[in-house]
Design a protein around this ligand. Sequence first.
Ligand code: LIP
Length: 291
Amino acid sequence: MCAKLSFSGQGLSEPLAQLLLRELEDLAVSAARAAGRFIVQERPRGLGVTDTKSSINDIVTVMDQQSEELLRAHLLSARPDDAILGEEGGASRGTSGITWVIDPIDGTVNYLYEFPAYCVSVAAVIGDAGTPGQWQPVAGAICNPLTNEIFHARRSGGAHVRQGDQDTAIGVNPVEVLLHSLVATGFGYRPEVRARQGEVVAAILPEIRDIRRAGSAALDLCAVACGTVDAYYESGLNPWDLAAGWVIAMEAGAVVSGLNNTGPGEAAVVAAGPGIHRSLLSRLEALAPLR
Ligand code: LIP
């Protein structure tokens, strides 16, 4: 899926492309940081559920909506010709060929419960972000406002975590055996989907070290990138859940794919070090009818 990255469409030479990628990465970092601060510092007392989406448990809070407004204003004030695809506000058009795919709070249920695993995810992508398999991330940042960590990457630039003004390169674990692997996963909001995902976890559990369910796809992909887990897989995600984490994990050395030679997307995301990706993938492909 990860075709050679070319900005020829934008008539950019390689050096200019690298300059553009760095600008997009820096803007993703500043936007994610601003929204991360906002959702912690401006959280109202007695925060409640404002609305629900795909099911009664797929909730929205006023902070999801306000964080997205903040992100849109921040990104478009710097780059007014870009398009945006956001979890709460949907798609807005642009002319630059760059689309920002944004999740104003990834891990919204955790945020509501003040369970300490939520973040802001901001990615710059090329291609058609609204069509599965027709887009790819070129730069991204994920801000965990509780740990003050900002995971970030750009294509061919490696992956890093920033704390304060300290930037540290990150990389996946060199694990070779699935049975020795700590694997993260997640579950959708619809009961019938959760039932099937539960069957897949039950089948895989005896074949891995252990499972982790943090509740944020973006943080799970960062965990693969920095080695706090060895692998992550999930089905049923939206582009905004996975876009920034995809480029961060990939630039940290992970193989990030879908099933059956497809790219990462709603059908499935499988991210792991090269030593175990194939063995995890073939198990999930064999279990796919369960999904
Ligand atoms: C969440 C994902 C998580 C998944 C949840 C939900 P949200 O995104 O990050 O991995 O298991 O079902 O999709 O709704 O908090 O933005």
